[in-house]
Structure formats: C-alpha cells, structure tokens
Design a protein around this ligand. Structure first.
Ligand SMILES: Cc1ncc(COP(=O)(O)O)c(C=O)c1O
Length: 399
C-alpha cells in the first residue's frame, strides 16, 4: 500500500464518512478461504460412507470464521446438516437463508426458547423428560410434530439423559405424539487423547456404552432416527464411531485435533489473521518496549507497531512468544501485547513500511504460523484460539 505524501492535494470527497465505507483491511482482519472449507469437507467426507451424513459444526460464529460463510461452503462440499450452540446462533443462520436442518447443540429449557426454536425450524437438543413434554405441548398446540434430537450422556457429564435411565425414559418419550425424534446422540470427551484406541480408554468405554443403549432401545430398522457420536477426533479414529452422521468442527476448518490424525488428508487452514503496520520507530540499545518494560533492546532496534492486541483476541500471554511473517521472513513480537497494539522487532528489514501487511496466522511463502502453535505456546487448545477473535476484526472472504 502506498502512503500518500503529506504535500499531495487531498480530494476530501474521496475519503470515507460512514462505517460501511471504511476499508475492511484498514487495521487488522481475518481472511477466510472459503474454498478451503469446501475442500476440507470433501476430503473428510471421503473418509465416511456415502450414507453417513456430515454435520458442519458452525457454532461460535463458525469457530470465528463467519458461520454464514462457512455454512455456505460446507454445504457445497457435502455437509447436509449444521450444528450451532445457541438459539440466537440458530436464528441468525436460519434468517440468513440457510435451508438445511440446524441442530442446537446447547440446552434450551424454557418454553419461550423452545417455542422460538420451533418457529425458526431449529432442532433442540433434549436432555430430559421435562423438556420433551414442553416440546410435545408446543407441537400439539400448532398441530404439528416438533423435530428434536435426544442426547444421552455416556461419560462427558455435561448435557444428556443419564445413561442408566435412558432406556426407560425412551419408552415413555416414544409415546409422545407431537414430537419427531430426528436423532439420538452422545458426545465424546477424550477422542483426541493419545490412548483413544486403547480398549480401556474413556473413548472406547463411551462408544461401548452408547452401543449398548442403542441395542437396548431396540430401534426399528426402518426408522429415520440418526445416530451420531463423533466429533473431528472421533471421526478420524475409525469407522466404529461414524454411525449415521458425524459432527465436524475443527478439522473442517483445516486443523487436525491430534498431530498423528488425518495427516494424509492434507487439510487446508481456512483462517488467515493479517494486520497492518501502523507506525515504525528506531530505538537505541537499552530501551524498554511496552507495559512493564519486559523487553529491553540489546542493540539499536527497528520497531514496527501492529494494529492488533488482546482486545482483538490475541492472547496476552503470547507476549514475546510469537512471530509475524512478511515476504517469507519471520519477525519476532517483542514486549507485552497491549489492548490494541503489539510491537515487532523488524531490525534489518528495509521493505516493511507503515501500511505494510503482516501475517500473524496463516502462510506467506514457505512460512506458516498455525493456531495449533499459538495454542501450545499459550497453554490452551486451538478451539479456544479460534473462538477468541472478536467482532472488531472484519472477516473477509478470499478464494
Ligand atoms: C456436541 C458437539 N459436537 C461436535 C463438536 C465438534 O467438535 P470438533 O471441533 O472437535 O470437531 C462439538 C464441539 O465442541 C460439540 O460440542
């Protein structure tokens, strides 16, 4: 980007007045490679049978990528269902024109929320007879069947019917005339652990428990109820976890939940985090940088100020641990990451200018920085890194 000379004449009418006119790439932004989502879904689909459905999990605004955009491209790649976490996420997605079935993975427990879910054609996850009764009454009131999924807890101890009461409760639920059970599911707690294939692992015990329950409820073979258990890690483990549908988040966005999993799939990261250099200064040796003076220059140092900080979702505990890429070269971040800015040591670079674009996550040339690396350095998981990016970062679709 060319920065105007100060003595150039301005045409003031050319400059933005309204929020909508402001350049999305003015400060820091997330580029979403929509084509990567489509390709990843296709690749992942190639690992499941033709009859097995693919639910694209687009909760938390599509893991920070933009749920509407991700849904559109996941559907192009072969996803037939969508999963969100909240009623509002579901309403927003439905209102954006998405026609595929949407399952709310979180719990709705008030009559008001369940009515809203019904009216927006969203399927709630049901974990108790009480919620089932409410749904049945709503269905009865409208003279229709309320479509929903039942969840059973097999070891996560989060949502779901208690496994030892499920069989008895299912018998009761079957007699409710105004609900339509579209699915029965459970959720794996530890499929991304190294021991997940060990017969004694939590993952295998969860699968066995789920299978036993399914046997006991004795589902009629021509029923339309979809059975599902696997997240990304479960799906990549093996076919025993696939059942009628898999619910895929992380790997659809291009990351494997465990280094050794899905290597042969060459998933493509869909998210690039980019930022502009807002200012450049040169400091002498022995000068401190940023809050707390945690970094002190040991030589004459050229500093670039990047317009991004922890208020955008970059974890502050990554201060001094990350790099940015420019023209296939890595530059270290120095000093504490501040709310809206962070500093880079760009000593030796003549090509980085005010207005240059730096890559914080993603690839440039043969250099790549992954959310997996940030997660490791920040002592968290990649899911949290992806979901932390705030709305202040515009999402820009690129192909
Ligand atoms: C119930 C449920 N299913 C599926 C997923 C997708 O998991 P992953 O991102 O590991 O594929 C999640 C995500 O946390 C979830 O909560």
């Amino acid at each position: 980007m060319q920065i105007e000379q100060t003595n150039q004449a301005f045409n003031f009418d050319e400059y933005p007045t309204f929020e909508k006119d402001i350049d999305l790439k003015q400060r820091a932004w997330i580029e979403v490679k929509s084509e990567a989502i489509e390709t990843n879904v296709r690749k992942l689909r190639s690992k499941i049978s033709k009859n097995c459905q693919f639910m694209a999990v687009v909760k938390a605004d599509g893991y920070g990528h933009d749920a509407k955009l991700v849904s559109e491209y996941a559907i192009k790649g072969g996803a037939s269902q969508l999963g969100v976490a909240t009623l509002n996420e579901g309403i927003k997605l439905r209102s954006s024109g998405v026609k595929k079935p949407i399952l709310i993975l979180g719990n709705l427990y008030t009559k008001r929320d369940l009515i809203s879910s019904f009216k927006h054609d969203l399927m709630p996850t049901i974990s108790s007879i009480r919620e089932c009764l409410i749904c049945n009454n709503i269905g009865k009131h409208f003279g229709l069947k309320f479509s929903l999924h039942l969840k059973v807890d097999t070891g996560m101890s989060r949502l779901g019917f208690e496994s030892n009461k499920f069989v008895e409760q299912f018998e009761k639920i079957k007699s409710f005339e105004n609900i339509s059970i579209e699915g029965i599911y459970s959720h794996l707690s530890s499929a991304d652990e190294n021991n997940a294939l060990d017969p004694k692992s939590i993952t295998q015990i969860q699968r066995q428990k789920f299978n036993e329950l399914l046997k006991q409820i004795n589902l009629d073979t021509n029923n339309e109820i979809k059975i599902h258990l696997a997240n990304s890690a479960g799906m990549l483990l093996n076919k025993d976890f696939h059942f009628h549908m898999v619910r895929i988040g992380l790997s659809m966005y291009g990351y494997s939940p465990l280094a050794k999993m899905g290597k042969n799939l060459s998933l493509k990261p869909a998210l690039f985090l980019k930022v502009k250099v807002a200012f450049i200064r040169v400091i002498d040796s022995g000068v401190s940088v940023s809050y707390g003076g945690k970094f002190v220059s040991s030589r004459k140092t050229k500093i670039a100020v990047l317009s991004i900080g922890y208020a955008d979702g970059v974890p502050r505990n990554l201060s001094g641990k990350i790099n940015a890429i420019h023209n296939n070269k890595l530059y270290p971040q120095v000093g504490s990451i501040t709310m809206d800015q962070m500093m880079l040591d760009i000593t030796g670079s003549n090509e980085i200018r005010i207005g240059s674009t730096m890559v914080l996550l993603g690839s440039d040339g043969d250099k790549t920085i992954s959310p997996l690396e940030w997660a490791r350095k920040s002592n968290t998981i990649p899911w949290e890194i992806l979901c932390s990016f705030k709305n202040r970062l515009p999402r820009v679709q690129v192909d």
